[in-house]
Design a protein around this ligand. Structure first.
Ligand code: GLU
Length: 293
């Protein structure tokens, strides 16, 4: 029996939903509906300094106003931190983790030399074999050497993607110097715990995916299927985000918001109310899937 499709939308509550985040929400919702699957919402609120009070409720209200209702109650990452601690501990026991005492400045300085020698940009592994008398700041996971360092996956929208974790990135941080959990760890733990089979999200996260696949392998977790939708950019080509001045969606005009987001995904239909628009959009998404298979 094939596993039931489970997808999710995982917003960081750093501000209200804007067109860019709606495109991701809509794509993940459409993909789940087109597969007769479940669609979940997870609030990724563990980067506390970036979170805005009340933004989570605001996002959930906006999704509801647009007819995008999760099939299970939303979960908040801030209530799941013991799971991240357990995962980190298991990586430590497996010898995959080490404390790092380097400051950003030291890493930047050492990279200049490393780049000259090896054409690499990643963390040079200064603390791999000990702290050299420094105090531990962050915790890093080891990436493989040689051929095993190349992680590839077939993205359903972007095609085949490969990244060499050793030369393009280096050992990466799972617990930050400020004590906060890194997104890469939390997202992997939660996608597995929620039995997510299909991840649909913005292409700005395309280069995070090989890191997440590496962590899935180390933690013995399954790798979901991935689809990264093109990001919406503003007039000067920057990704729409709170930082680039994206406007909050007008929930008084839900159809306009859906039409704009849909157009970005190649979905255009003239339905005049939200449920009918979503139903027709789902049919169109199914046709796209059939055409790409
Ligand atoms: N929380 C992330 C963001 O809002 C998305 C994470 C994901 O979909 O994997 O950018």
């Amino acid at each position: 029996m094939t596993q039931r499709y489970r997808g999710r939308f995982a917003p960081s509550p750093t501000g209200p939903l804007h067109l860019g985040s709606l495109v991701t929400a809509l794509a993940s919702w459409l993909d789940a509906r087109a597969h007769d699957g479940d669609w979940l919402v997870r609030i990724e609120d563990i980067d506390y300094p970036r979170c805005v009070k009340g933004a989570d409720d605001d996002i959930l209200r906006t999704l509801a106003a647009l007819g995008l209702h999760p099939d299970e109650p939303p979960v908040w990452q801030s209530r799941r931190e013991t799971r991240y601690a357990e995962a980190l501990h298991s990586l430590e026991i497996a010898g995959q983790l080490y404390p790092c005492g380097c400051s950003r400045r030291e890493i930047a300085d050492s990279l200049i030399h490393v780049r000259e020698r090896h054409q690499t940009l990643g963390y040079p592994g200064t603390c791999r074999n000990g702290l050299h008398g420094k105090l531990p700041r962050a915790w890093r996971v080891r990436v493989p050497d040689g051929d095993a360092a190349t992680v590839c996956f077939d993205d359903r929208w972007q095609g085949r993607q490969c990244q060499n974790l050793e030369t393009e990135l280096g050992d990466f941080v799972l617990r930050r110097a400020d004590g906060l959990w890194a997104y890469q760890l939390a997202v992997v733990v939660d996608d597995a715990a929620q039995e997510i089979t299909h991840i649909v999200r913005g292409a700005d996260l395309l280069d995070s995916t090989p890191r997440q696949i590496h962590l899935q392998h180390l933690l013995g977790l399954p790798t979901p299927s991935y689809l990264h939708v093109p990001v919406v950019v503003n007039a000067v080509g920057e990704k729409l985000s709170k930082q680039s001045g994206a406007e909050a969606l007008d929930t008084a005009a839900p159809l306009d918001a859906l039409r704009q987001a849909g157009a970005h995904l190649g979905i255009v239909n003239g339905e005049g109310n939200v449920p009918a628009w979503l139903e027709t959009a789902t049919e169109q998404w199914k046709e796209k899937l059939a055409a790409s298979n």
